[in-house]
Design a protein around this ligand. Structure first.
Ligand code: NAD
Length: 495
C-alpha cells in the first residue's frame, strides 16, 4: 500500500477527462453546458464536465445502434470478444492507482477501500465475465423426432446503463462487462456525482480494442441525460442501479416509450439479526463494518440491528467499541477508515434522519451530525441510536449514511417478523452458532442475499440483487447474462 505522501504526489499528476465519450472520442455537450465535479473532502471543484441531455443521448444511441448493426462487435466470435475484454482487465490493472484516486477524490471513499475492494472487484468482474463468454452454450429442446428446436442467446442491441455514485467503477463494471461480453452496444450514464473513473474506463476500453460506438459514456444529470436514455425509443434494455424512487420512474419511462426491458438494483434497509448463541465479538466487529464501511453509503448496509434482548447490553458495549475504529478523515490517507459523505445534500439527509430519530424517542449512543462548516468537507461521525423500533421513520427509510438503529427481539419468530417488516429485500445478515437456526432463518428472510456469520462477502461467481422494492434481476455470476441476452427459439420441421 502506498503512503499518504505517495498518494498525494500521484494526485498532483492526475489529469481529468471532461468530455462525454461518444463514438470513440471525447466531446463536449451539444449545448456547451457543463457541471462541476466536486471533491467532497475539500469542496473544491476538480473539473467541469460535459452536461449532456436529450440531443447528446440521441447521437450516442444512433452510434451505438450503427455499431451494433454493423456487427463489428455483436457478430465478433465470442473468443475474440473475450480477448479484448481480457486486455481491458489488464489495462485496468495497470492503471489501478489512477482509477482508485479518481473515485476517492470524487466521491470521498477512503483510498484503502478503493485498493482493497473496488479495484480488485472491478478487474475481476471484467476478467471473469470475459472468460465465461465462450463457454456458454445454447440448447436443443426435446421436441421429438420430426422437429429440431434450437434455443440460443443473442445480444439484445443497445443497452443503457444508469449507475450510482457509491461504488462508481464497480457498479458500472457489474453491468457494462456482461452487456459488452454478450455482444451489445452500451451507453453508460454514470451518476453526475462520480464520472471521472468511468470516462477513463471508456478510454481504456478503446485502447483495449473495443470498437468505436460500442461503449459510450454520456455524462449528465439524471433528469436530463438519464431520463432521455430511459425514454429513448431505440434503447432495448435499461440496467439501473440506484434509489427505489428513481427505479420506479424508470419502469414508467419504459412503459411510456418502447417497453424496453428494465433491470433494477434499487435501495435497501438490510436487517442484521444477532441471536444470543452468536459469537458476539465477531458479530459486533462486523456489525460496525456493515454500517460504517464506505460511510454507510452501501446499498446492503445493515442499518437495522436486531439483537436478542438477553444479550443486548453486552453486545452494544462491544459494538460501540468497534464503531470507534471508524473515524472520519482525509480519504487520501491510507489510515483513514471513513471519508466524507458524497455531498451536502447527503449530509443534510443524514442530519434530518438523526433529528427525527431523536424526536421519535431514539437515544444517541455514539456520534451525531456536527454543524457543517463550508469548505471543510461533508464529514459525519459513526452514529448509533438505541431504543429504536420498526415504527420509527429512520428505521423504515433508507438513509444511506453511517446511522445504525438498535432494536431488540425476544424470540426467533419475532426476529424474522421484524426483519421482513420492510418494503426492501436486498441484503440481510444473521449471527448464530446453531446450524439449524441458520438454515431455518435464512429460508424465511425475504431478501436476495443472506449472510450467515459474515456480511457483505461477495464473489463474481455469485449473484447480487434483491426482492420487493430492492429490485429485480441479478448482477454478477452467469445470471447477469440473462439481462443482456434475448432467448431465441428456431424450430425446424425435419419431415
Ligand atoms: P439515484 O437513484 O439518485 O441515482 C442513480 C442514477 O439514476 C444516477 O445516475 C442518476 O443520475 C440517475 N437518475 C436520477 N434521476 C433520474 C431520472 N429521472 N431518470 C433517469 N435517471 C435518473 O441514486 P444514487 O443517489 O446515485 O445512489 C444511491 C442509491 O443507490 C441508494 O438507494 C442505494 O441503495 C442504491 N444502490 C443500490 C445497489 C444495488 O445493487 N441494489 C447498489 C448501489 C447503490
Amino acid at each position: 500500500m502506498k503512503s499518504y505522501q505517495e498518494w498525494e504526489a500521484l494526485r498532483s499528476e492526475l489529469r481529468f477527462r471532461e468530455g462525454a465519450f461518444i463514438n470513440g472520442e471525447f466531446v463536449p455537450a451539444i449545448s456547451g453546458e457543463t457541471f462541476p465535479s466536486v471533491n467532497p473532502a475539500t469542496e473544491e471543484v476538480l473539473v467541469n464536465v460535459a452536461s449532456c441531455d436529450t440531443a447528446d443521448i440521441d447521437v450516442a444511441v444512433s452510434h451505438a445502434r450503427a455499431a451494433f448493426q454493423s456487427g463489428v462487435w455483436s457478430q465478433m466470435a465470442p473468443r475474440a470478444r473475450k480477448k479484448v475484454l481480457l486486455r481491458l482487465a489488464q489495462l485496468l490493472d495497470q492503471h489501478r492507482d489512477e482509477l482508485a484516486l479518481l473515485d476517492t477524490l470524487e466521491m470521498g471513499k477512503s483510498i484503502s477501500e478503493m485498493v482493497a475492494i473496488d479495484i480488485p472487484d472491478t478487474i475481476d468482474c471484467f476478467e471473469w465475465t470475459a472468460e465465461c463468454i465462450d463457454k456458454v452454450y445454447g440448447e436443443i429442446a426435446p421436441t421429438g423426432v420430426d422437429t429440431l428446436a434450437l434455443i440460443s442467446h443473442e445480444p439484445c442491441g443497445v443497452v443503457g446503463c444508469i449507475t450510482p455514485w457509491n461504488y462508481p467503477l464497480m457498479m458500472a463494471a457489474w453491468k457494462v462487462a456482461p452487456a459488452l461480453a454478450a455482444g451489445n452496444s452500451v451507453i453508460l450514464k454514470p451518476s453526475e456525482k462520480s464520472v471521472l473513473s468511468l470516462l477513463r474506463l471508456a478510454e481504456l476500453a478503446k485502447e483495449a480494442g473495443i470498437p468505436d460506438g460500442v461503449f459510450n459514456v454520456v455524462t449528465g444529470y439524471g433528469h436530463t441525460a438519464g431520463k432521455a436514455l430511459a425514454l429513448h425509443q431505440d434503447v432495448d434494455v435499461l440496467a439501473f442501479t440506484g434509489s427505489t424512487r428513481v427505479a420506479g420512474m424508470l419502469m414508467g419511462y419504459a412503459g411510456e416509450s418502447n417497453m424496453k426491458r428494465v433491470w433494477l438494483e434499487a435501495g435497501g434497509k438490510s436487517p442484521n439479526l444477532v441471536f444470543a448463541d452468536a459469537d458476539l465479538d465477531k458479530a459486533a466487529q462486523t456489525a460496525a463494518v456493515a454500517i460504517f464501511g464506505n460511510q454507510g453509503e452501501v446499498c446492503i448496509a445493515c442499518s437495522r440491528l436486531y439483537v436478542d434482548a438477553s444479550v443486548k447490553d453486552e453486545f452494544v458495549e462491544k459494538l460501540v467499541a468497534a464503531a470507534k475504529r471508524f473515524q472520519p478523515g482525509d480519504p487520501l490517507n491510507p489510515a483513514t477508515t471513513m471519508g466524507p459523505l458524497v455531498d451536502k445534500a447527503q449530509l443534510d439527509t443524514v442530519a434530518r434522519y438523526v433529528s427525527s430519530a431523536i424526536e421519535e424517542g431514539g437515544r444517541v449512543l455514539l456520534g451525531g451530525v456536527p454543524e457543517h462548516q463550508t469548505g471543510e468537507g461533508f464529514f459525519v461521525e459513526p452514529t448509533i441510536i438505541d431504543n429504536a423500533h420498526n415504527g420509527m421513520t429512520f428505521v423504515k427509510e433508507e438513509i444511506f449514511g453511517p446511522v445504525l438503529a438498535v432494536c431488540t427481539f425476544e424470540t426467533e419468530e419475532e426476529a424474522i417478523r421484524l426483519a421482513n417488516d420492510s418494503q426492501y429485500g436486498l441484503g440481510s445478515a444473521l449471527w448464530t452458532e446453531s446450524l439449524s437456526r441458520a438454515h431455518r432463518v435464512s429460508r424465511q428472510i425475504q431478501a436476495g442475499m443472506v449472510w450467515v456469520n459474515t456480511w457483505g462477502e461477495g464473489d463474481t461467481t455469485v449473484p447480487f440483487g434483491g426482492v420487493k422494492a430492492s429490485g429485480n434481476g441479478r448482477d454478477k455470476s452467469l445470471h447477469a447474462f440473462e439481462k443482456y441476452t434475448d432467448v431465441k427459439n428456431v424450430m425446424i420441421r425435419l419431415s
